[in-house]
Design a binder for this molecule. Structure first.
Ligand SMILES: O=C[C@H](O)COP(=O)(O)O
Length: 255
């Protein structure tokens, strides 16, 4: 039985004040929630402060990126060992914003997946198609290509205890979420694609949906059998909305 994971990706938002306020509110709202794992990924500058404020809570610390290198002359980068050192657990890689703005290739993202596994951290591998690819009927092919970069270099076993976030690019920050049925169809395809290599690994991998998840649409998304929680952007910046999403995931998977 898979345990859902709801993770907040704060993206390039925050301040010391916000870290203090938002985490205090989340701790309050989520203190009695069981049955759903929860994580937040603040900007790297605030990870240590966030870890401090999360102390003793069930909310895990995540990060939004990692470098492929462990140390050395790589100005501006953060290593897997550093993230582990400060207590991060879930690390987002391959977000479409990094694929687009930082030209990250499938191969570089697979390398990031490898360094995270090596460090004992949990990769949250983002995949998903653009609007044009969706309209051209290429959704499955794009998702398969993005997963194959990891499958072909590391093998299916690398997906043990990891997370995939299916985030159709056309749904990110647009207010236009995929419908539960649309998302379920792609999630089922993704799980089936991994199952061709290893059915047991496919069965346990967490597949989150991401893209305009909010307090109003989360519950219905989570009724789908292959949707194991969400990677939440905008709505993760508001404690009440994020808490509704977490509680919806916990409730749906209990029913
Ligand atoms: O990582 C999160 C996703 O990009 C979704 O962002 P959004 O919830 O603001 O659409």
């Amino acid at each position: 039985m898979r345990h859902p994971l709801v993770m907040g990706n704060w993206k390039l938002n925050g301040s010391k004040h916000m870290v203090n306020e938002l985490i205090a509110a989340l701790r309050n709202e989520l203190s009695s929630v069981v049955g759903c794992d929860v994580a937040i990924a603040p900007p790297v500058a605030y990870l240590d402060l966030a870890k401090h404020h999360l102390g003793g809570s069930r909310i895990a610390l995540g990060a939004q990126n990692v470098d492929t290198h462990l140390s050395g002359a790589f100005t501006g980068e953060v290593s897997a060992e550093m993230l582990k050192d400060i207590g991060a657990k879930y690390i987002i890689i391959g977000h479409s914003e990094r694929r687009t703005y930082h030209k990250e290739s499938d191969e570089v993202i697979a390398e990031k997946f490898a360094v995270l596994k090596e460090a004992g951290l949990i990769p949250v591998l983002c995949i998903g198609e653009s609007e044009a690819e969706n309209e051209a009927g290429q959704t499955e092919a794009v998702c398969a290509r993005q997963i194959d970069a990891v499958l072909n270099s590391l093998g299916a076993k690398a997906f043990e205890n990891t997370v995939i976030a299916y985030e159709p690019i056309w749904a990110i920050g647009t207010g236009k979420s995929a419908t539960p049925a649309q998302a379920q169809a792609v999630h089922k395809y993704i799980r089936g694609h991994i199952a061709k290599h290893d059915a047991a690994i496919a069965e346990q991998v967490i597949i989150q949906y991401g893209g305009s998840v909010n307090a109003g649409n989360a519950a219905e998304l989570f009724t789908q059998p292959d949707i194991d929680g969400a990677l939440v952007g905008g709505a993760s910046l508001k404690a009440d909305a994020f808490a509704v999403i977490v509680k919806a995931a916990a409730q749906a998977k209990q029913d």
